[in-house]
Ligand binder design. Sequence first.
Ligand code: OAD
Length: 236
Amino acid sequence: MTTDLRIKDFKRIVFFTGAGLSAESGIPTYRGQGGLWHEYDWETYACQKAFDRDPAAVWKFHNMRRAAVAACAPNQAHLAIARCEALLPDVTVVTQNIDGFHPLVGSRNLFELHGSLWRVRCDTCGAIKDNRDLPFEDLRCGKGWWRPDIVWFGDHLREDVIEGASKAISACDLLVSIGTSGVVYPAAQLPRLAQRAGAVTIEINPEPTPMSDAYEVCLRMGASEAMALLCQGLDV
Ligand code: OAD
């Protein structure tokens, strides 16, 4: 399916992004063929229980992920999203991605629902700091441990982040979802807010998803190709 909808014709735009956006950068997605959770067990590497049991093993996994991301670069779709924010008055990015590619290319009006691989948080005092060490090895923070500041299985999303994202989505007139399977909650339900508010909704994903019915238009193509189409008429 194609479309004659164009981003330049909307006033309040939200991009809602997932791992498929960074797939074209060479970063594996979580599900589907070659997905991270097929190769690695989240109960061993991606939950607080696992960290309490063996922080070094969990950090080994996340240091591997840091190295994999550091070896890749943002792609044309990340750049097009950032360029939309630079050119248009009201553009918000709500991402499930932890790779840090949106901020890297200049997206500022950004909600990182699942945190960032490039921040650490003390599991005892709650302090948060940016950190880009490769590998991250200085694991102790006073009496606590530095853990990745990402949302693991069983963790809660930060309230201010989910609230800010929900507010932007409820007020948008265009929601463009890119590269998410729509199976991880509460993030997966956010596009419904745009649908309920009467916004135009577009899904970019080569495959149908359980959330496809929430979208008016489904572009069955990769992120960069679809963004090039939607950005026609903008100098991206
Ligand atoms: P998934 O791995 O679940 O889904 C990736 C989606 O991207 C799939 O629906 C693919 O069809 C699609 N896709 C693949 N290549 C694409 C391309 N070139 N262009 C557009 N789409 C493409 O990733 P998420 O939905 O992001 O949580 O996963 C949600 C959360 O589950 C992640 O944030 C992560 C994971 O557990 C945490 O790490 C906390």
